[in-house]
Write a protein that binds this ligand. Structure first.
Ligand code: PMP
Length: 417
């Protein structure tokens, strides 16, 4: 099932049929049908080049990094550090030491909350997030608020799934210390006006963390232009392996922050009386990191760069528009998240059908969607729904696959009546 085209002009640079050949999992069958993988916002599939990079590391140069002087250790260190340089370019950071490897977005936010947050938040202070945050950008701040007796404030979300920006500045007081916002919502697809939010926050001397879990794969990221203080990424959403992520932080902020975890690599000198800490980025990279997956993450970023983010974005935008038109034409289907600025996420509910039941029926047709609250329970409460059915598109998805989804939803509705 390979698309030739939709409303997309076929260019030499982007041919979805060619792209699909690079993702081995797309060849498999599910329940006897061609797999239609529409759960990309949860995790993207991996191209062969990423799998090859992972295997090559274990086959040829598995070694611990930084401290070894033998050849394998040097090769492994060079490959690991090469990923840091590629990430630096990918998000246009000013310095390579501003790139800290983590396990993912969740760890990145927890790191900032537990270090910068605990260092700067005092009793009565305020942290602002939005009403569309993933639990991983809610709970770490609640932990800080609980410990410090601080207050969490929420920028509301309107019926289209856009932030009510007029309310944002009203929430700011002299006690506001941190704003932490999602760049693109995993449940709605909404792309938030992060530059505007950052500019307003900075006028009040407030630091801003941007959750780039969903945006980093779809949008051009330029942290210098955005001027965010922190930005977090998960490799597995950008066609890379699981278990690796990035925390970008402005150098002067990272330097002033206490370490997150103690252990090997993050130290300069240890005595029983006192320990001095390593320079950036190593101060925040205690212990043996996930070397293999970090090395393979570079292959994923190279792959995205070679395919071209603009090509990918145009393809996904066309698929999203088509899916929204087709799905909303089905009687009983209501789209949740109709912002004008969206990534390739289409969330919907069906009258009289629980999202879970829809998900199970769609799986019977080989279609993988995500159902439920998408780790955004407060957002689901805001829309007064238990959850949604979410189809999220990646570079390898096709118009024909969207047609399969639309057919599947129609059939499922009939069965559930
Ligand atoms: N924030 C958003 C917006 C997300 O979509 C996700 C993943 N669903 C996360 C945070 C957490 O990412 P991870 O599980 O990779 O740490």
């Amino acid at each position: 099932m390979v698309s030739t085209d939709i409303n997309i002009k076929k260019s030499k640079a982007f041919d979805v049929a060619e792209i699909r050949k690079k993702f081995p999992v797309l060849e498999r069958k599910v329940k006897g049908r061609d797999l239609v993988y529409f759960d990309n916002a949860a995790t993207a599939q991996k191209p062969q080049v990423v799998i090859d990079a992972l295997v090559r590391y274990y086959h040829q140069y598995n070694a611990n990094i930084h401290r070894g002087i033998h050849s394998l250790a040097e090769e492994a260190t060079a490959a690991f550090e090469a990923t840091r340089d590629t990430v630096k370019e990918f998000i246009n950071a000013r310095h390579r030491e501003e790139i800290i490897f983590t396990r993912g977005v969740t760890e990145g936010i927890n790191l900032v909350a537990a270090t910068y947050g605990r260092q700067h938040i005092k009793e009565g202070d305020e942290i602002i997030i939005t009403g569309m945050e993933h639990h991983s950008n809610i709970v770490p701040w609640q932990l800080v608020c609980e410990e410090k007796k601080a207050v969490l404030k929420i920028i509301p979300v309107d019926d289209n799934g856009d932030l009510v920006m007029d309310d944002f500045e009203k929430l700011i007081t002299p006690k506001t210390k941190i704003v932490s916002i999602v760049h693109a919502s995993n449940s709605l697809g909404t792309i938030n006006p992060v530059k505007e939010i950052i500019e307003i926050a900075h006028r009040h001397n407030i630091v801003v963390l941007v959750d780039g879990a969903q945006s980093s794969v779809h949008l051009e990221i330029d942290v210098q232009d955005m001027d965010c203080d922190f930005f977090v990424i998960s490799s597995h959403k950008v066609y890379g392996p699981t278990g690796v992520g990035v925390l970008y932080g402005k150098k002067e902020l990272l330097e002033a922050m206490p370490p997150y975890m103690g252990g090997g690599e993050m130290i300069k000198e240890v005595t029983f009386e006192k320990t001095t800490y390593n320079d950036l980025p190593y101060k925040f990279e205690a212990g043996t990191p996930n070397i293999a997956d970090t090395v393979a993450f570079k292959a994923a970023l190279d792959f995205v760069n070679e395919t071209g983010k603009e090509n990918i974005r145009r393809h996904e935008e066309a698929l999203t528009k088509y899916a929204m038109e087709q799905l909303s034409a089905i009687e009983g289907v209501r789209l949740i998240g109709t912002s004008k600025h969206k990534t390739s996420v289409v969330s919907f509910i069906v009258d009289g059908a629980h999202p879970q039941d829809m998900g199970i029926l769609l799986d019977n047709y080989g279609i993988a969607v995500r159902t439920g609250h998408h780790c955004c329970q407060p957002l689901m409460n805001r829309f007064e729904i238990p959850g949604t059915v979410r189809a999220s598109f990646a570079m390898y998805n096709t118009k024909e696959e969207v047609d399969e989804l639309v057919k599947g939803v129609g059939k499922a509705i009939k069965m559930l009546k």
